[in-house]
Design a protein around this ligand. Structure first.
Ligand SMILES: [Zn+2]
Length: 395
């Protein structure tokens, strides 16, 4: 049958009851899918005793396909109006992410750098500053606001997956040590403004020793942070403008670059893993060991654990791969200092003094033995979102 005849069997409006959306004009992005559904429908209708419930189901399916077709057209038009790239070079994303490695390490190791990261602020806003609660979640990817904020704009789940894979490559040899440093960094920020944050669980045996699992931090902060950088480079705009583009183009990315399980992406992910074996351990944590803030004052009342009675000093693991059992109490606060956000400012004195404080005494391991470091490599953060999207579209 000729194409014109095929086309003519599509109705003028959506056949779903209660819906009067016009059938999309012109060439269809989803031609094959529409052909398939209408064939099913024709076949059903050819039987005079067909089940009306089956027809209703097919009509609903057609309705969701029409909506999907319209979404594709709307987003493609938006992309062309905004000038977002149609496609991107996957290897280039890996290479550009690699080039940001020092900056990524700084976000984990330096409260000053993290404090000045706008994506970090966005993340905190998305979880309403309930960082202890969020960090203890078994399924952080069910947190809709946080997941929405962490999307990577037009790079979509494909770009996000590549960035994440490359970050795991960068920190391959130090990933087990980083949670302790990250917890320290976040604790310093909390100590600055404890009133902004929720309190840790009062029962120290029931709260995780970390504030945020490292993988959660990578997915919700580092990955979107890299995406913003890449977008700012692509589009020749500032970091802050790139954040707006990231949010504006996220739906487009979800629609057009969703296939993070494609063979090409899987092979790059494997290549990243192989390359990581030969990389030197990064960052060099030896210079930071035993230099993390030592306690000089008690915890603020709000975060004070009733069990904490003596001074503790961070004893960081001797080897990057060594697993240790630590608790939040390993990260006592330092003196509170007010920070000013400066994008290009020099390092504040507080950071320097923090980094040069000598170790004063050995940490007594009186902490609860639960919750050893365990890096959980969750299935990709956006897959749940994408599943929801496609379920909605194909109901
Ligand atoms: Zn409809």
């Amino acid at each position: 049958m000729a194409d014109m005849d095929q086309r003519s069997r599509f109705p003028k409006t959506c056949p779903n009851s209660g819906c009067s959306d016009p059938f999309p004009h012109g060439a269809l992005n989803m031609q094959a899918e529409f052909d398939h559904i209408f064939s099913k429908r024709d076949k059903l209708l050819s039987d005079p005793r067909h089940d009306p419930r089956k027809l209703e189901k097919i009509n609903q399916d057609i309705c969701s396909h029409i909506k999907h077709e319209n979404d594709i057209r709307r987003l493609d038009k938006l992309r062309s109006m905004r000038g977002w790239p149609v496609s991107f070079d996957f290897d280039d994303i890996v290479n550009r992410t690699l080039s940001l490695k020092q900056q990524l390490a700084d976000l984990i190791l330096s409260d000053y750098d993290l404090h000045n990261c706008v994506v970090w602020d966005d993340f905190l806003e998305s979880i309403d500053y309930k960082i202890h609660k969020f960090g203890a979640l078994k399924e952080p990817y069910d947190h809709e606001y946080a997941v929405l904020r962490a999307r990577c704009g037009y790079l979509g789940p494909e770009g996000a997956f590549l960035i994440h894979s490359t970050i795991l490559r960068i920190f391959h040899h130090t990933l087990l040590s980083l949670p302790k440093f990250l917890t320290n960094t976040i604790q310093l920020l909390i100590d600055e403004r404890p009133q902004d944050f929720d309190s840790p669980h009062p029962d120290s045996t029931r709260r995780p020793w970390y504030i945020l699992p490292i993988d959660t931090f990578i997915r919700f902060v580092l990955v979107p942070h890299v995406a913003v950088y890449l977008i700012s480079q692509d589009m020749g705009v500032s970091y802050t403008e790139a954040i707006d583009i990231k949010d504006d183009s996220a739906e487009y990315g979800e629609m057009f670059h969703w296939n993070d399980k494609s063979p090409r992406i899987t092979s790059i992910d494997k290549a990243n893993f192989v390359a990581a074996q030969d990389d030197f351990p990064f960052p060099d944590l030896s210079s930071l060991r035993n230099k993390v803030a030592s306690p000089t004052n008690p915890l603020p009342a709000k975060t004070l654990s009733p069990k904490r009675s003596k001074k503790t000093v961070n004893k960081l693991p001797a080897s990057p791969m060594e697993e240790v059992v630590v608790t939040l109490e390993d990260f006592p606060p330092r003196n509170s200092k007010t920070k000013t956000k400066t994008k290009t400012g020099e390092e504040p004195a507080s950071r320097i003094s923090k980094m040069t404080k000598p170790e004063k005494e050995k940490k007594e391991k009186s902490a609860p033995k639960e919750n050893p470091i365990r890096i959980q490599l969750f299935d990709f953060v956006f897959s749940s979102l994408r599943t929801k999207l496609f379920r909605a579209l194909h109901m």
